[in-house]
Write a protein that binds this ligand. Structure first.
Ligand SMILES: Cc1cc2nc3c(=O)[nH]c(=O)nc-3n(C[C@H](O)[C@H](O)[C@H](O)COP(=O)(O)OP(=O)(O)OC[C@H]3O[C@@H](n4cnc5c(N)ncnc54)[C@H](O)[C@@H]3O)c2cc1C
Length: 371
């Protein structure tokens, strides 16, 4: 099967093809599209919403994309930093979609600025591409210390600053600060890259799980997704990493500012059958203090936001508290309402979001052809 051969740089090859297509002028807006009178609302303009909108527009539907942020793109725009994804690439695609007839409505939170009654009245089908935006918190003592933020608060603001977009929140800037990143995820890695660019004095990333193996072991034979150690370019740019650390308490000074974290080392036990890590105990006498001015919580995302739109529309949730949406049909429990992307499958990847958006669009088309 050739699976042990040296990897091919597929990413670079694909990027090169696309960039050549744009620079040579092969990518042109398809404007002459035969139109139906049927209208589709896509709520959320991340990769899943954009993919669904693009496909339905090309099928001839009249598509409006609602976005509560000031610009379209979802996490492509305000999550992933510029050093990983140049925003010109996102904007180039959105401009193309606009020229092709997709109507973008940024700055509108559906369920707040635009009522669900209007939404249901004005559109023949509705796609909820809301993302998986509720972050996992760390409810330990002194969580309210000034300087403890969710990773996305930091990354979103930094993305806005880099693009010259105004923001109203208190400034989070880590120049000359001692930064602690709690969580070993990609989001944590993006916090490292951003902190380095802002001139942080010291960066430590900690993770409660053990350090993953550098290669597949018996718990993850091919083709299971390999949970192996990932060292990104952000890690290589400079930071310290520690595993098997459990945070016990944030420490604050008399003004309420974060000054450290009380932590312990832990030991993990594996389950007898799966051989996966199932539980941990704290190592005796291992308590120590991490000195830091800022802590970013990068421990993953729980589920789609329930308050507002999802509750108002009375959409059923699956056991992981994301939007129900049959794998084949992407349809929710409500007539003419569909769901796709992270809001349906949980926190995932851009490629999955695009694939979901496209497959959801096919199902919306099949539904609209019947009514
Ligand atoms: C920091 C970070 C870095 C990542 N890096 C990578 C990476 O390198 N590679 C990769 O493959 N994946 C990465 N991911 C994951 C990837 O970004 C997501 O899987 C993907 O963006 C999900 O797409 P989506 O369209 O489902 O949702 P999102 O991109 O989350 O978009 C949802 C959109 O819906 C909008 N919205 C929600 N509710 C409403 C409402 N009521 N009205 C109007 N708008 C609403 C939100 O504002 C948001 O813009 C990263 C994620 C994060 C957080």
């Amino acid at each position: 099967m050739g699976i042990h051969d040296a990897p091919i740089t597929i990413e670079e090859i694909e990027k090169n093809i696309v960039e050549t297509a744009f620079s040579e002028g092969y990518v042109k807006p398809q404007i002459e599209i035969p139109r139906t009178h049927k209208k589709v609302a896509v709520v959320g303009s991340g990769p899943s919403g954009l993919a669904a909108a693009d496909q339905l527009n090309k099928m001839g539907y009249r598509v409006s994309v609602f976005e509560r942020d000031s610009e379209a793109g979802g996490l492509l725009r305000f999550g992933i930093p510029d050093f990983k994804l140049d925003k010109k690439i996102v904007q180039r695609r959105i401009n193309l979609m606009k020229e092709e007839g997709v109507i973008f409505k940024p700055g509108i939170e559906v369920g707040v600025d635009y009522s669900v009654e209007e939404l249901e009245r004005n559109f023949d089908a509705i796609i909820l591409a809301l993302g998986c935006t509720v972050p996992r918190d760390l409810p330990i003592p002194n969580r309210d210390a000034k300087g403890v933020y969710f990773a996305m608060e930091f990354l979103k603001q930094s993305n806005k600053r880099v693009s010259g977009i105004p923001y109203s929140e208190d400034k989070i800037y880590v120049e000359d600060k001692k930064v602690l990143i709690i969580g070993g995820s990609y989001t944590g890695s993006d916090c490292i890259g951003t902190s380095n660019r802002q001139g942080a004095r010291q960066i430590l990333q900690i993770e409660i799980m053990p350090m993953p193996p550098k290669q597949r072991d018996e718990t993850m034979p091919w083709p299971i997704f390999p949970m192996i150690l990932k060292t990104t370019s952000s890690h290589q740019e400079g930071c310290e990493r520690k595993w098997m650390i459990n945070c016990k308490e944030f420490l604050k000074d008399d003004k309420g500012n974060l000054k450290g974290v009380k932590a312990t080392e832990v030991e993990w036990m594996r389950g007898p059958v799966t051989k996966r890590y199932t539980s941990f105990v704290e190592k005796p006498d291992s308590e120590f203090i991490i000195d830091c001015d800022v802590a970013f919580l990068a421990m993953g995302f729980l589920h789609v936001q329930h308050t507002g739109l999802v509750e108002s529309l009375d959409i059923q949730l699956n056991p992981r508290l994301n939007l129900i949406g049959n794998e084949l049909e992407y349809r929710t429990n409500k007539e003419k309402i569909f769901a796709c992307g992270d809001a349906r499958r949980g926190q995932s990847l851009v490629v999955w979001a695009i694939s979901e958006g496209r497959r959801c669009a096919e199902q919306v088309d099949a539904y609209l052809q019947k009514i």
